[in-house]
Write a protein that binds this ligand. Sequence first.
Ligand code: HEC
Length: 191
Amino acid sequence: MKAFVFGLLVGVLLLGGGVYYYFTSGMAPAAAGDPPLPYERRMASRSLDAHIEKANVPPSPLQTNEDNLLAGAKVYKEQCAVCHGLPNQPPPAVADNMYPHATLMFKDKGVTDDPPSVSYWKAANGIRLTGMPSFKGALTDTQLWQAALLVAHANELPDSVKKELTPAPPPPATTLTPAPAPVKTPPSKQK
Ligand code: HEC
């Protein structure tokens, strides 16, 4: 029995030491471009899903109507599009260069398979160890729900909302006008 406990202890210590060495020796992935650890994605997303389920977010207090989607589009364009992209536009440079990548909301199904309450939770609280910020202090609760409704319905938006999500055309090239010639003032006559 003693030998068994001793063996178990040595085993646990060796395993712990091995894991410690793996992380401290620089072998574990640390750069955004490194390949993920085996099961890293699955473990992280299971943990997040379980956490959100426990949070018991109520269903949206706002209706999915054109006004709310339009308001959501305005919030999204200002706060989210830098990372999550816009319809019919090339993905933003940052999206694919962060790990994990920022989900493109207007590509494939985006997050249209998640209920708005899940996206609301993510936008409000952010996602730990990813580039997803928490917007709780930056946006009002209404704005958070409007943005969540928008991404949940990204595949069935009314035309007015799609229009709101079109990037503004670049400002017209300003023609350089020569600076006005300095006005010559006659030297003031001094008495
Ligand atoms: C600085 C970049 C950045 C900004 C700005 C940003 N996000 Fe994110 N977002 C991310 C990243 C990175 C993830 C993580 C994706 C993952 O976990 O795989 C993410 C994840 C999400 C998810 C979950 C995606 C999924 O696939 O389940 C939602 C929903 C979301 N963001 C909504 C928003 C909303 C709404 C805004 C604006 C209010 C916003 N994000 C602004 C980077 C950003």
